[in-house]
Design a protein around this ligand. Structure first.
Ligand code: HEC
Ligand code: HEC
Length: 220
């Protein structure tokens, strides 16, 4: 290979790596974010992020309402939200009890918190159950068709030539209320497609758990 060509290839490789990094710079895992939020944040911000956690009344500066995007710092860019959580961007009052989470959490966990806070802000539907129950159910019963990441590209869908729903499409998922998703998972879509019903295999709590897990597969 000429030197010129090899330089061009190196340049192309660097550009494509940079492209990957910038595309996924703040792309976290909302499910991991849910778990972290309910360990480290709910005490002040409340489980729904509204700032009404059990410690909130004891604080001099009220914990921010993270679900409110209008005019709040939490409604800024992903980069800003990341910095506010990490502690590298100063908070409004500068005197509050908001911890610097960068001292305790690696960047990938903070990214996951950003994803979960975006879910709280943008999803039209709340979680009807416990997604931690849903994770295992999903991997055992749904990933074969819907794919491990929820894109509808599982190995069983491939051999059966099925078009299984893409659960990572937030616009599409937002169209469906929890009651519809629960109904579909319980009874399947007989006559319409090969989506099986799970009422004989899964309990009501398990079905609500797996629907909750589906909601966190969407990217916001
Ligand atoms: C001990 C209570 C406490 C805990 C725990 C806590 N926060 Fe906070 N947080 C606050 C307070 C108080 C503020 C308001 C800061 C200010 O205005 O100075 C705040 C502000 C924020 C903001 C800025 C939002 C805005 O619009 O100004 C973000 C983002 C945030 N917290 C995320 C988190 C996350 C994520 C966690 C868990 C990893 C967490 N917080 C845990 C008390 C807490
Ligand atoms: C045999 C393959 C297969 C398996 C296993 C499977 N699905 Fe499906 N699923 C499909 C297909 C195909 C569709 C597309 C149905 C349609 O659009 O009518 C679908 C659609 C869906 C939909 C959207 C339906 C609608 O009308 O809105 C949901 C929600 C869903 N599946 C959840 C699940 C869950 C949860 C599991 C595991 C408990 C699961 N699926 C297991 C094949 C499967």
């Amino acid at each position: 290979m000429s030197r010129m060509l090899s330089k061009m290839f190196k340049f192309a490789a660097i550009v494509s790596v940079l492209g990957l990094i910038s595309a996924s710079a703040y792309a976290g895992n909302a499910f991991q974010g849910y778990a972290l939020f309910n360990q480290s944040c709910f005490l002040c911000h409340g489980t729904s992020g509204k700032g009404d956690g059990p410690l909130a009344k004891k604080l001099d500066v009220a914990p921010a309402d993270l679900s409110d995007t209008a005019g709040s710092a939490a409604g800024g860019s992903d980069r800003q939200l990341f910095g506010l959580i990490q502690g590298t961007i100063k908070h409004g009052s500068g005197t509050s009890a908001m911890p610097q989470w960068g001292l305790a959490m690696p960047a990938n966990q903070i990214n996951s918190l950003v994803s979960y806070i975006r879910f709280l802000q943008r999803s039209k539907h709340s979680l009807p159950g416990d997604p931690r129950i849903g994770l295992q159910i999903y991997m055992d019963n749904c990933a074969a068709c819907h794919g491990r990441s929820g894109k509808g590209d599982g190995p069983l869908a491939a051999v059966l030539n099925l078009k299984a729903q893409d659960h990572t499409d937030s616009a599409e998922m937002n169209k469906h209320p929890n009651s519809h998703l629960i109904e579909v998972v319980t009874h399947g879509t007989p006559g319409k497609s090969l989506m099986p019903g799970w009422k004989d295999m899964l309990s009501e709590a398990e079905i609500k758990g797996v629907v909750s897990y589906l909601r966190l597969l969407s990217a916001y």
